[in-house]
Design a protein around this ligand. Structure first.
Ligand SMILES: [Ca+2]
Length: 249
């Protein structure tokens, strides 16, 4: 076969593949969406044992429902604590509750919902996690701006609202919240363990205290302060040395 024939053959194969891909895309308008939720959401934890988690979902679809499959798995994803198959459209909108049984391990549990239609088979899946812990505690943070640029947190320094504070949890997730009008943010009912809490630094600001803390959350709970000043802002008050010196003048 000469090179020109090879090229023609190769181009025709590519053209057939493109047409096939286009046809497949055009022939598959079915794409269900699953909204899946639970309460409490991580990093808030369900108490172990006896605590309850609310689970709900809603499936939007244009296809004909065959069945909906639901399962709840342990942190290793090898033990199924609960599962159900809902025939037809009986499981497209559901609300249910699960109580943590005695003997269940602490950790991150998994909920999975699968939507199966007659036309498209396993058309859509969704997964969420929730935390289970035998002991929980709260973590809070406060964010201030050094208004007089003396590097000291004093009564004239103002709280900073709408500032992102994030935590990395012992179960491998990251969650962020904005500070409220009082410059505060709290996470309540969190599992004990090793965390990192940090602020998301913005350009034009300089940290005075650490912008990140590693800590082990115990039942006593914990709180942290983030304290910044605007880069290049001039000192309007006396330095610490200036104050000490002033006492003897
Ligand atoms: Ca100050």
């Amino acid at each position: 076969m000469v090179n020109r024939e090879r090229l023609a053959l190769w181009l025709s194969v590519v053209a057939v593949l493109i047409v096939a891909a286009w046809a497949a895309a055009g022939a598959d308008p079915l794409e269900a969406t699953i909204s899946l939720g639970r309460d409490p959401e991580p990093p808030g934890a369900v108490l172990n044992p006896g605590g309850t988690v609310d689970i709900w979902w809603d499936i939007e679809h244009t296809s004909t429902p065959n069945f909906v499959y639901y399962k709840l798995e342990d942190p290793t994803r090898t033990i199924i604590y609960e599962d159900s198959t809902y025939p037809g459209s009986s499981g497209t909108t559901m609300t249910q509750q699960w109580t943590v049984p005695v003997g269940a391990p602490d950790g991150k549990y998994w909920v999975r919902v699968e939507y199966w239609s007659f036309e498209a088979g396993n058309e859509a899946n969704a997964e969420v996690t929730f935390y289970v812990c035998s002991c929980t505690a709260d973590v809070c943070a406060e964010k201030y701006q050094d208004m007089n640029c003396d590097d000291i947190l004093d009564p004239g320094d103002l709280p900073v609202p709408d500032w992102w504070i994030c935590i990395d949890t012992p179960l491998g997730d990251t969650f962020c919240k904005r500070t409220d009008v009082n410059g505060q943010v709290c996470w309540t009912g969190m599992p004990l363990g090793d965390y990192i809490i940090y602020e998301v630094m913005q350009s034009g600001w300089v940290s005075i205290v650490p912008a990140s803390y590693s800590f082990t959350l115990t039942e006593a709970g914990d709180s942290f302060i983030f304290f910044n000043k605007i880069e290049g802002a001039s000192t309007t008050g006396k330095s610490r040395w200036g104050r000490i010196k002033g006492m003897f003048e």
